[in-house]
Design a protein around this ligand. Structure first.
Ligand code: CP3
Length: 343
C-alpha cells in the first residue's frame, strides 16, 4: 500500500508541496491543558510513568493543532533511571541524578537487558497511542543519544559546557567508554521495544553533540548513532530514524549518510539554504525555526517560517523548530506558524 502519512513520505525521500510539521516539546508547559494534566499526575516523572496521562498529554497538541506527528511523552533521563541511577526533577531548575565519577558508579548500574520492567509504562503509553491517534498522524519514539545521556549521568545535572563529562573522558577513558557502550546497547533494547509497542519512527536526541570536536565527535556522537541505527534497522527493516546531533555545525555534513539516518534534524543556527545544499542531498532535513519566535510572534515569525519552507522546498523537509518550544511561548503563535506553512 502506498504510504499516506506525510511524515513517513518525507522521511522516505519524497519532496511534498507543503512539508509535514511537528514541534519538539509540543506537549509541554506552554499549554494550559498540559499544566492541568501534570498537576493531576503530581509531578513530571509521575506523569511520564502514568501511561493514560502520558498518552493524554501526547494527544493534546495533536487535537489543538493537527500536527503530522505525535512524539511519545517521556524523557531521555528515564533510561538512566531504568539502569539504576537516581533521577529527580527540581521544579524551576531541571534534572538531578546520582553522579558517576569512576568505576564503582558504573558497576552499580544494571545490564542492558534489565531495563524493561522499569520502562513497561512507557511501552504501554505507545500502545495506547497507536489506538488513539488519527490515522494520518505518525507516532515518534525516542531516546537520548549516549553522549548526551552520559553528560547528565556523569555530572548529575545539566551543565552549560558538559565539563564533568569531558573531564571523566580525559581522566578515565576506559570507564567513560564503558558508559557510552552500555548506553548504546541499552538504547538499542529500549528503542527496539518502543518500535514493537507501536513507534513508527525513532528520533535520537544528541542535544550536546556540539561540544564534541574532531575525533571525539566521530567516536562518541557519530559511531554510537551509527551502531544504534544499523542494529535497529537490522531488527526492524524499513524503520525510519531521525538523528539530531544538535549544534554539530560543519559536522552535520555527511552525518545522515554515515549513520544511516533517514532524517537529520538541525538547530536554528543553521542557514536553511546551506542545509538545502549540503544536507538535503543525503535525505530529509528537519527544522529549524528558532523557538524564540513562538514567544515573540509578529511578522518575523511568519517571514522566518516562510523563508525556511522556501529554502528547503526542493528536497524532502519536515518543518520543526530548531529546539524545544519554551514554557513562555504563546499557543496562538503555533497557529500563526501553521498558517504560514500550510496557507
Ligand atoms: O513533547 C516532546 O518533545 C516529547 C517529550 C520530551 C520531553 N523531553 C518532555 C519534557 C522529549 C523528547 C524530551 C527530550 C529531552 N529531555 C532532551 C533532549 C531534547 C532537548 O531538549 O535538548 C533533554 C536534554 C531532556 C532532559 C530534560 N528534561 C531537561 C534538561 C529538562 C528540564 C528543562 C525543562 O525544559 O524544564 C527536562 C524536563 C522536561 N522534559 C519537560 C518536558 C515536557 C518539562 C518538565 C515539566 O513539565 O516540568
Amino acid at each position: 500500500m502506498a504510504q499516506t502519512k506525510k511524515l513517513l513520505r518525507s522521511l522516505a525521500g519524497e519532496t511534498l508541496p507543503t512539508p509535514p510539521v511537528w514541534m519538539m516539546r509540543q506537549a509541554g508547559r506552554y499549554l494550559p491543558e498540559y499544566r492541568a494534566t501534570r498537576a493531576r499526575a503530581g509531578d513530571f516523572l509521575s506523569l511520564c510513568y502514568n501511561s493514560d496521562l502520558a498518552a493524554e498529554v501526547t494527544l493534546q497538541p495533536i487535537r489543538r493543532y493537527g500536527f503530522d506527528a505525535a512524539i511519545l511523552f517521556a524523557d531521555i533521563l528515564l533510561l538512566p533511571q531504568a539502569l539504576g541511577a537516581d533521577v529527580w526533577f527540581v521544579t524551576g531548575e531541571g534534572p538531578r541524578l546520582s553522579t558517576i565519577t569512576g568505576a564503582e558508579g558504573l558497576t552499580r548500574l544494571k545490564g542492558k537487558d534489565d531495563i524493561h520492567d522499569h520502562l513497561a509504562p512507557i511501552y504501554d503509553t505507545l500502545r495506547i497511542l497507536t489506538r488513539e491517534l488519527p490515522s494520518h498522524t505518525t507516532l515518534i519514539g525516542f531516546a537520548g543519544a549516549p553522549w548526551t545521556v552520559a553528560t547528565y549521568m556523569i555530572a548529575g545535572r545539566g551543565t552549560p559546557d558538559q565539563g564533568p563529562a569531558h573531564a571523566l573522558k580525559t581522566a578515565d577513558r576506559t570507564i567513560f567508554e564503558a558508559l557510552i557502550d552500555l548506553l548504546t546497547e541499552a538504547s538499542i533494547e529500549y528503542l527496539s521495544m518502543q518500535v514493537m509497542a507501536g513507534a513508527e519512527v525513532i528520533k535520537l536526541f544528541d542535544s550536546w553533540a556540539g561540544s564534541l570536536n574532531g575525533e571525539d565527535f566521530a567516536k562518541y556522537a557519530l559511531a554510537p548513532a551509527k551502531r544504534i541505527i544499523s542494529e535497529l534497522k537490522a531488527r526492524h527493516p524499513g524503520l525510519p530514524v531521525i538523528a539530531f546531533p544538535r549544534q554539530a555545525g560543519e559536522a552535520y555534513i555527511g552525518f545522515a549518510k554515515e549513520t544511516g539516518a533517514d532524517g537529520l534534524a538541525i538547530d536554528a543556527a543553521v542557514d536553511p539554504h546551506w542545509a538545502a545544499r549540503h544536507l538535503q542531498p543525503d535525505g530529509c532535513v528537519q527544522g529549524n525555526l528558532d523557538p524564540k519566535h513562538m514567544v515573540t510572534g509578529g511578522p518575523a515569525l511568519v517571514e522566518e517560517t516562510r523563508a525556511i519552507v522556501a529554502a528547503l522546498k526542493t528536497g524532502p523537509h519536515i518543518f520543526n523548530l530548531g529546539h524545544g518550544i519554551t514554557p513562555d511561548a504563546d499557543p496562538d503563535n503555533v497557529h500563526r506558524m501553521l498558517e504560514a506553512i500550510r496557507g
